[in-house]
Design a protein around this ligand. Sequence first.
Ligand SMILES: O=C(O)CCC(=O)C(=O)O
Length: 255
Amino acid sequence: MFLSKEQIAEFQDKGFIVLKGFLDEGVMDKVSAHLDQLRDKQPAEGEEAKYYETSPISGENILVRIENVLGAHNPELGRLLLPPEAIECLAQLLGEPPVLFKEKINYKLPGCRPDQLHQDQAAGWNAYGPFYITMGIVVDPNRKENAALSFMNSGNYEKKLMSEEWQPLTEDDPPYKPEDEYVLLEADPGDVIFFDSFVPHGSPANTGDKSRRNIFLTFNKRSEGDKRDQYYQDKWANYAPNQTDSARSKESFRV
Ligand SMILES: O=C(O)CCC(=O)C(=O)O
């Protein structure tokens, strides 16, 4: 078993655990180079879904995220990010084998808007299943200066929606309140955060000069089925990928 009983208990109590140095430097160098290639790539039909927005800080059109990055169009990336130990951790935390629901790279470039405090489940995920676990992979150093994430670490949340669907829990920036219930999660390349779809988390705008790339792979229990194709089909119908010259200016909360 990869995770100890104590780690599983911590996850159940707080809704997340951090595994320092889960992926090694050699792997992360390759992942970082891969993300640069994806940033510059013009995807073919059915490949990566890229989302651009106009920065509220600089007014420039910037890449905010890329979704649908795992699969036959990027076989190497899946091998790098999901070694057998990762699957084992997910199975231990879910209590059964995991199935990939969705995945994305948040580039969080300088000038990127905040990701307001939210529960992932509020982003329409109830339509596909009741519960998910995300493996967050740190690619660039995450520091306060470049919009490191804050997580509720008191365990004081409900495993149900605490806001209307599609609404953030607050429009305020961190430190979130009550301050002693949140932790600023500064982290290094290769660190991994496993977190459930109800634990409140968010990050401010990136007002620094360094990008803060993280990858988020979200899984559901195998017994709940494979909903990934349906999720992306629905998402692209309602929220289509775009290009630099069609960047969105004001975004509602999306996960
Ligand atoms: O990248 C971020 O800062 C926010 C990520 C996040 O919370 C999410 O997409 O659910």
